[in-house]
Design a protein around this ligand. Structure first.
Ligand code: FAD
Ligand code: DLZ
Ligand code: SF4
Length: 505
């Protein structure tokens, strides 16, 4: 009897376990563009267009490989609007015995599929380096789940950058070499541009044109060959300086030396291990320095895998955690509302245009501000899930709830990622063109990050003053005279009230 083989919009890999374990001569692949997936958060139009364009091409590729594919377009009259609805409809159409699928990357869909009134068989997603069991085995009995130790396990497991049983170059981690401030010139031209599927763009414009985000120009790769072209282009021209300027930010350059491959990795157009092997080969061929290659490989086999491990280990309620009790509404400036903070304006407008911001913009600008201002982490999580084209809950939630907002009470981060304006000033050229003055700690033009930094530390003294990595900050705060401390706190309060009242801040 026929089985249905579900392929989701982020499962576009010929090596997907559901495709490997079924029979192209007999079974039917089901792929569906549905409103349920397109609206569970108000996705950026570029993210929707990317997903639909890549799904359509992947369906064609499967057909060319000999698969029968039942593909539902968003505007098909019979479209039920949900993945589960489409499977039930197709099961009746093909008189199918059941559904085989690869585990989705979000609990929401995992639970919906498991509850379907059909016989189902869920397979592990083998596109990752560590299985759930391997992560559990590593985590078992540890007091703290620090990424660095997990990363070393992954280096040993994959043999990447290993010299026998020792790390290449003698050290596991070259991060201290990867913190150079913004360069004057960037000699990498940024991502390649690919011709879009205009039919999909018209559809997305008509149905999701009011969502936050600019659809055109659309430049993303939408198949595996194009994604590989982008990777090759970056390995040749961007990788050598990736490490040096990984944390830098510039007014006039949105991409610096970043790879822009998270979109492609996360939907399956690129395979993480294959990407790392290509990057390692560039190092072995003497084309690129060790700090760049190690830094990059750590992001993929370390951070990316670790985040996934945490998401599945912590379970569906992880996204509701709020350890710091933050409950402020996400201000309109996150949705493109006017702001006088240049760093925020730049990070948000770039996000609106590209459905992309690089790691330090996400962590130390928009994430840092939300944390300092005490914004409800659930709203912050929804924002990140909606606005970035690489956002799927398995990777977005641990980054936002854990790393950025400390809402998981320190499972991921050993201390909150907070900074005053100083850090942003050191790593970018944002402050030079800001209405606020980064050197002002109080007063009319004081940088809001400076005020809110102390406000955060003060309001969370009970929780953090005993943290050995934060003792210095509290000592500096305690050494300030009382009047100055009161001024900082009252100015911070005033700033927050004005922001809550909808004033332009
Ligand atoms: P590069 O800087 O070139 O890095 C190379 C690759 O390393 C990335 O493509 C990505 O696959 C991986 N990587 C780097 N850092 C991380 C990380 N912390 N976690 C997982 N993978 C990582 N990444 C997502 O893929 N989806 C998200 O929804 C997402 N949300 C984030 C939210 C916040 C608050 C923060 C701080 C980070 C988030 N990240 C997310 C991680 C990181 O910012 C992006 O992976 C990266 O910016 C993607 O751009 P790039 O491909 O140019 O990456
Ligand atoms: C992100 C996305 C969007 C916008 N639309 C679809 C869709 O119509 N059909 C589909 O199969 N997948 C889509 N996706 C990706 C899913 O949301 C993703 O597979 C789940 O969130 C699990 O990670
Ligand atoms: Fe951002 Fe403050 Fe610098 Fe302005 S002065 S760009 S608000 S860090």
């Amino acid at each position: 009897m026929v089985r249905l083989v579900l392929v989701l919009g982020d499962q576009l890999s010929v090596g997907l376990s559901a495709l490997l374990k079924t029979d192209k001569g007999n079974d039917v692949v089901v792929m569906s563009e549905v409103m349920g997936e397109a609206t569970y958060v108000p996705h950026h139009p570029k993210k929707i267009a990317f997903t639909f364009s890549a799904m359509r091409k992947f369906a064609e590729r499967l057909r060319a490989d000999g698969w029968q594919v039942a593909y539902t377009r968003l505007d098909d009259p019979e479209n039920t609007g949900a993945i589960t609805g489409e499977l039930i409809r197709r099961a009746a159409e093909f008189d199918a015995a059941g559904v085989v699928y690869t585990e989705p990357g979000e609990w929401r869909l995992i639970n919906a599929l498991a509850a379907m009134p059909l016989k189902t068989h869920c397979l592990p997603d083998t596109r990752f380096i560590a299985s759930h069991q391997e992560f559990e085995d590593w985590a078992e009995g540890r007091k703290q789940l620090r990424m660095e130790y997990f990363y070393r396990e992954m280096r040993r497991k994959t043999g990447l950058l290993m010299d026998g049983d020792q790390p290449e170059g003698g050290k596991w981690n070259y991060d201290h070499e990867n913190r150079k401030p913004a360069p004057d010139e960037v000699d990498f031209a940024g991502p390649l541009w690919f011709a879009p599927d205009e039919e999909v763009l018209d559809l997305v414009e008509a149905r999701f044109g009011n969502n936050f985000g600019t659809l055109r120009p659309f430049w993303f790769a939408t198949d595996a060959d194009q994604a590989q072209e982008q990777l090759t282009h970056w390995i040749e021209a961007g990788l050598p300086k990736f490490g040096d300027f990984q944390d830098a930010m510039l007014n006039d350059n949105r991409f610096l030396y970043h790879s822009l491959i998270s979109f492609y990795l996360n939907v399956g157009l690129l395979n993480p291990l294959d990407v790392c092997r290509q990057v390692e080969a560039a190092y072995r061929a003497g084309l690129t320095p060790l700090n760049a290659v190690e830094g990059f490989i750590r992001q993929i086999i370390g951070w990316r895998e670790y985040m996934r491990g945490i998401y599945f280990r912590e379970g569906p309620d992880y996204v509701t955690r709020n350890a710091l009790g933050h409950n402020r509404r996400l201000p309109d400036l996150y949705w493109g509302g006017e702001t006088r903070m240049n760093c925020m304006a730049k990070a948000v407008s770039q996000t609106k245009d590209e459905a992309y911001a690089h790691h330090i913009q996400r962590l130390m600008v928009t994430g840092n501000f939300a944390l300092l201002a005490g914004i409800d982490p659930a709203q912050v999580h929804e924002w990140y899930l909606a606005v970035y084209a690489d956002a799927y809950e398995w990777v977005e939630a641990p980054n936002v709830i854990g790393m950025s907002q400390f809402a998981d009470d320190g499972i991921i981060a050993s201390k909150p990622y907070i900074s005053s304006g100083n850090y942003i000033h050191k790593m970018s050229d944002y402050c030079g063109s800001c209405a606020y003055r980064v050197q002002d700690k109080t007063g009319e033009k004081a940088c809001p990050f400076n005020l809110l930094y102390w406000h955060f530390l003060d309001r969370h003294r009970d929780r953090f003053s005993g943290n050995p990595r934060m003792g210095n900050m509290y000592r500096v705060w305690d050494r300030m005279d009382d009047t100055r401390r009161e001024t900082v706190l009252s100015e911070a309060e005033r700033f927050l009230v004005r922001m809550d009242d909808g004033e332009i801040v």
